[in-house]
Design a protein around this ligand. Structure first.
Ligand code: GRF
Length: 214
């Protein structure tokens, strides 16, 4: 799973974190792993500009031009494979994926979700964590299944919830952990240290230690 395609919809800070780690840690020289393309469903996604600046091939596939999810996904699959993509990294990609897409890349799609799953799947996770009064919040990287935010968990990072927090301050603190966890998880899956086998995540002790961040 050496060739990574990143899917974004907006800012792209997680994409940037993964890309920067791949350069700094020389993923290509050591394992032959690289980001071969970035695809956005929104033409205005800021992450596209960064990708272009870094010389990474980009594409826009605007979901609004398709009448249903499956026809959008068919084009998305073609584009990913056109880039030579083997591992799909969702980084703030704001589209629900159907079984068509998920089964096509089974065990080869990662997502990052800003909460400690299985708590708070879906949107507005920071507001909901504050509302629930949890003392520890965080972020999860998981394999994508056809249940929204429901796939097998790869890694998690914990973040304290402070009495002074509002959704923005909490989101900031979670985001800085996202940028540590996601590059690590992507590297371990791309190098097949971590894999999905019969819907369970399999990894060695060393990887498991790296994927639980406190
Ligand atoms: C992140 O909080 C990520 O966890 C969620 O969407 C946000 C994307 O941010 N899935 P960015 O585009 O990577 O900056």
């Amino acid at each position: 799973m050496k060739n990574i395609v990143v899917l974004i919809s907006g800012r792209g800070s997680n994409f940037k974190a993964v890309y920067e780690a791949s350069i700094k840690e020389k993923w290509f020289d050591v394992w032959g792993v690289k980001i071969v393309g970035v695809i956005s469903n929104r033409p205005e996604a800021a992450g596209l500009e960064y990708a272009e600046k870094m010389g990474i091939p980009t594409a826009v596939i605007d979901h609004k031009n398709f009448s249903d999810r499956e026809s959008f996904e068919k084009v998305l699959i073609e584009k990913i494979e056109g880039f030579g993509g083997e591992l799909v990294v969702l980084a703030g990609f704001m589209r629900v994926l159907t079984p068509l897409f998920v089964n096509h890349f089974k065990g080869r799609i990662l997502n990052i979700h800003p909460a400690l799953l299985p708590s708070f799947p879906g949107l507005h996770t920071h507001e909901r964590a504050l509302e629930a009064g949890v003392r520890i919040h965080g972020v999860t990287v998981h394999f994508v299944s056809d249940v929204l935010d429901g796939g097998a968990i790869i890694g998690q990072a914990a973040v304290p919830v402070l009495s002074t927090d509002n959704p923005d301050t909490l989101a900031q603190r979670v985001l800085s952990k996202e940028h540590v966890l996601y590059p690590r998880a992507v590297r371990l899956v791309a190098t097949e240290k971590v894999r999905l086998e019969e819907n369970k995540v399999v990894m060695d002790l060393e990887s498991s230690e790296q994927l639980a961040i406190f």
